[in-house]
Design a binder for this molecule. Structure first.
Ligand SMILES: C[C@H](O)CC(=O)SCCNC(=O)CCNC(=O)[C@H](O)C(C)(C)COP(=O)(O)OP(=O)(O)OC[C@H]1O[C@@H](n2cnc3c(N)ncnc32)[C@H](O)[C@@H]1OP(=O)(O)O
Length: 623
């Protein structure tokens, strides 16, 4: 079909208007113009008595073409937005002299549903997805859906229609809409990996997996796999740990049932796919192993030597390490092409990000297979290169350290958390530390100061907390008090520990607490994160800047309406960020030293997100 909209008239006098704009029949301006044109033709033709509107290929329409929003964001040209609400939906469709019916299958979303609501009647196949998801893009329904949807359930059509329309136009230009539209496309772009997804490879089926370690991460990963019909052997070192792991998995599933996101039948089916093991005897049948033991290099190395021997030659050998270089993990094997990182974020059965780490030797087939598993278990897989802490944890290591530095400069710890929460993070860095447990913080600190020497801030605060019997949420006592049934409360009795930390670090200029505005606090925490993101981009750890954006949104819960760390930084302005960091470097030291990439872009006025080389297939990329 050459044209995006066609009209076929049958002997019965029914004119069928077909929308054809694969893959989701998005309503791009030419499609909307085509619908209008075909309606006009149908009105004119005597052989047309009634109209049926359908979408080709089993999908009515995924809504207005979101790329138009992108275009408007880039150009600021609102004229690109066609007049649909009145011109097409009211004047052309609703007021048509001949009756029209929307025949909906698959989905009718946003503008797609609004077109259907303009028709005189609607009929839908069972299971069709209907919705007005515009808010997830930062706008409201703009083709009259806000009026027609209530009207279809009894409310009169309102005169405010035009005013709404105006609100829709205003919202398109907000930074929230820009951020959300960017996040929408960023999420879809991650599935395109040069030399992996464009070289004709087919994913191999992964039906059986083994997970080594039934702790928090291992049990979460196993939960995610069995929930999506992949059978799992959970391996532990002794029966007590194994029992604990199996119980944790059952509890994870029960939690999903309690929240209504899983049926009891599906939970039972998932549990039937789970088997416990204390040795490797079952590993000869698995397609993939995910190791999820503690961050201990010799232990991981010995596990990889063992699984290389017992698993079939096609089996993917994955590690859930969050920080350790994969080349070190696989050093004692000769299967480097099958070694890959499968970094889940806790809780693994809930958090949507799967960071896939590849080394120079990981095969394209293995990456593609793991991407496919990721999608099957309803995660968003983001492929990144191999470096200490990989893309997300590396980018965010200065987040906690910047907050710790502020505390050492005399800024109230709870104020830091409040400022960061009001920016849109679900919680501040200190509450996050309480929730995640101090073990992680202690384990990664040394690794960061070795790998990122000269740009870390080494605070003793967590050690002091532990020495004072505090373990965060784990024992109910951290910076906050955790009591069952109530929200975490700031604990004033933590102050002497903070004072001791301030004394030990001794970084206050002139020994006096610094005075900062909320804005400065925010920037002193987030600009160092932007700075590290620049290094991640510079080293080619991600294929494209938007991959880092979506990884931060899904892995760190960076607010999606801010579009991700790089997108947000470009809105703030690289030059302002660079100058601020430079100023703080002079006042407080190397932690704030601007990276070469940031400096260059600030000086040349180039956005941080812009690829350095002409294509995403940067030969320097570590991918
Ligand atoms: C004025 C109006 O009120 C305003 C609007 O209508 S705003 C738009 C409202 N509609 C939406 O928000 C729906 C957005 N789309 C979706 O949720 C999902 O794409 C979907 C449920 C339609 C299909 O999901 P799925 O089958 O998993 O396919 P998915 O990978 O997401 O999309 C397939 C392709 O279609 C594109 N696409 C999907 N919806 C689109 C849209 N509305 N506009 C432009 N492109 C769209 C995607 O970018 C992707 O492109 P790619 O292959 O080049 O990466």
């Amino acid at each position: 079909m050459a044209s995006k909209v066609s009209l076929d008239v049958g002997d019965d006098g029914v004119g069928v208007i077909r929308i054809f704009n694969p893959p989701v029949n998005a309503l791009a301006p030419p499609v909307l113009a085509g619908i209008k044109e075909k309606y006009v033709e149908a009105m004119r033709r005597d052989d047309v008595k009634a109209i049926v509107v359908i979408g080709e290929n089993g999908r009515f329409s995924g809504g207005f073409d979101v790329r138009v929003f992108e275009h408007i964001h880039k150009t600021g040209d609102m004229n690109y937005l066609p007049e649909v609400s009145v011109d097409i939906v009211v004047n052309t469709i609703e007021d048509a002299k001949k009756p029209s019916v929307a025949a909906i299958s698959g989905l009718a979303l946003g503008g797609g549903l609004e077109i259907a609501m303009g028709c005189h009647a609607r009929i839908a196949t069972p299971g069709t997805q209907l919705g007005q998801p515009e808010l997830t893009l930062g706008v409201i329904p703009g083709f009259g859906g806000t009026q027609r949807l209530p009207r279809l359930v009894g409310l009169p059509k309102a005169i405010q229609m035009m005013l709404e329309r105006r609100l829709f136009n205003d919202l398109i230009l907000t930074n929230s809409c820009k951020g959300l539209v960017h996040a929408f496309f960023a999420e879809r772009a991650v599935s395109k990996i040069p030399n992996v997804t464009d070289v004709g490879l087919k994913p191999r089926p992964i039906r059986r997996a083994a997970v080594i370690g039934g702790g928090l991460m291992g049990s979460g990963i196993a939960t995610a796999l069995i929930r999506s019909d992949i059978s799992v052997v959970l391996k532990e070192v002794n029966s007590a740990y194994l029992e604990k792991g199996m119980k944790a998995i059952a509890a994870n599933l029960q939690g999903l049932v309690n929240r209504g996101s899983l049926t009891k039948e599906k939970m039972d089916k998932a549990l039937s796919l789970l088997k416990g093991a204390l040795d490797f005897s079952e590993f000869g049948k698995v397609d993939m192993v995910i190791e999820a033991v503690i961050e201990n290099v010799p232990l991981k190395q010995s596990i990889f030597s063992e699984i290389e021997k017992v698993c079939p030659p096609h089996c993917i050998l994955a590690t859930n390490t969050s920080t350790i270089d994969l080349n070190i993990v696989g050093e004692k094997t000769s299967s480097q092409d099958r070694i890959v990182g499968a970094h889940f974020f806790s809780p693994a059965h809930v958090m949507p990000l799967l960071e896939i780490i590849r080394t120079e030797k990981t095969s394209a087939q293995v990456i593609l297979d793991l991407m496919t598993v990721g999608k099957a278990i309803k995660k968003v897989p983001v492929v990144v290169g191999n470096c200490t802490a990989f893309a997300v944890n590396r980018t965010f290591f200065p987040y906690t350290q910047g907050a710790l530095l502020l505390v050492s400069l005399g800024v109230d710890l709870f104020r830091v958390d409040r400022v960061i929460s009001s920016f849109g993070m679900p919680m501040g860095p200190f509450q996050l530390q309480d929730v995640a447990g101090y073990g992680v913080a202690v384990a990664v600190r040394k690794m960061f100061s070795t790998a990122f020497s000269g740009r870390t801030f080494d605070s003793p605060l967590v050690d002091l907390m532990v020495a004072n019997g505090r373990q965060g949420k784990a024992n109910g006592k951290g910076y906050y008090i955790f009591e069952k049934g109530s929200k975490p409360k700031p604990d004033p009795s933590v102050q002497p520990i903070i004072q001791e930390c301030i004394r030990l670090t001794n970084v206050m200029p002139g020994g006096k607490p610094v005075t900062l505005s909320d804005q400065e606090i925010l920037e002193m925490v987030l600009f160092p994160v932007v700075n590290e993101a620049c290094r991640v981009l510079d080293e080619g750890v991600v294929v494209r800047a938007s991959d880092l954006d979506i990884a931060c949104i899904l892995g760190m819960s960076f607010p999606s309406y801010r579009g991700g760390i790089v997108f947000w930084a470009d809105l703030v302005g690289p030059q302002y960020i660079y100058e601020s960091l430079k100023k703080w470097e002079q006042a407080y030291g190397g932690f704030f030293k601007p990276s070469r990439y940031l400096e260059e872009r600030a000086n040349k006025g180039i956005p941080l997100a812009q690829s350095v080389l002409p294509s995403a297939q940067d030969p320097r990329a570590r991918l």
